[in-house]
Structure formats: structure tokens, C-alpha cells
Design a binder for this molecule. Sequence first.
Ligand SMILES: Cc1ncc(COP(=O)(O)O)c(C=O)c1O
Length: 131
Amino acid sequence: MEKTIIKKVGAMLGFDPNSCDGILCPGGTFSNLTAVLTARNEACPTAKEEGLTGAPKLVAFSSPGAHYSVKNAAHVLGIGTENVIQVPSNFDSMIPEELGTLKHISLLVICLLIWLWHTFRETNYRSKRGR
Ligand SMILES: Cc1ncc(COP(=O)(O)O)c(C=O)c1O
């Protein structure tokens, strides 16, 4: 079942279903942890065996409405909660011009966390509908 769903979701996102791979996660916290772990290991291929000693300072960009589990993932993975940089965004998207005002020279940006439907939007959607 997992392989079938991954192929179908991959095809929906425009990937070749036969070259898609992935895992199904039991919830948002685990999904965010897996995403940040994957990005960290891609940026620092020796992190698993050697840790982050000697690695550049890692940062992740997220939106201000990002779920707190993103900072938890940064904590657990040795990135640091202060290194999750919340880039100002409007209701639907990050404001790219704001990236230029952030001072992160000599940092390694490992990921940009985005949500198709994150908690902030869902909360607003619910409050607009009186739920
Ligand atoms: C974007 C996002 N990430 C993580 C979570 C946490 O999910 P869970 O409670 O399944 O761990 C939520 C829950 O609403 C969420 O909306």
C-alpha cells in the first residue's frame, strides 16, 4: 500500500512514478522531523556518523506560522531552535524580498519548509467558518 500511495502522490506532483521513493509518516511531527533530517543529511553527508562538529552553521527557513514541531526537529537534530529563521510571509506565501534583509552570510541553508495547508492557514480557515 505504501509503495502504491507514494507512486500516486509522486505522479500527482509531476514526478515519474517509477522513480519515486518515500515513506508514509504517522503524523505531522514525524513528517517534519523526517524532512529536516533528510535536508540535514543531504547538506552534511557525514552528520550521521560524525555529528555536526566542523560543519558550517546550519539554518532552515520557515514561515512565521510554522508548526512548533519544526523547532523541535531543529533541537533534536542539533541544528538549534534559534537557527530556524522565520521569513516574513503574507497569508499565502513567503515574501522573497524579505530574504535579502536577513544576514546569513557563511551559513548553510539546508531547507525551506513550506506547507500546502499549514496550521496557521487551517486555524484561520476554521475561525472564518466559526469552528
Ligand atoms: C504543519 C503541521 N505540522 C505538524 C503538526 C503536528 O502533527 P501531529 O500532531 O500529527 O504530530 C501539525 C498538526 O496540526 C501541523 O499542522
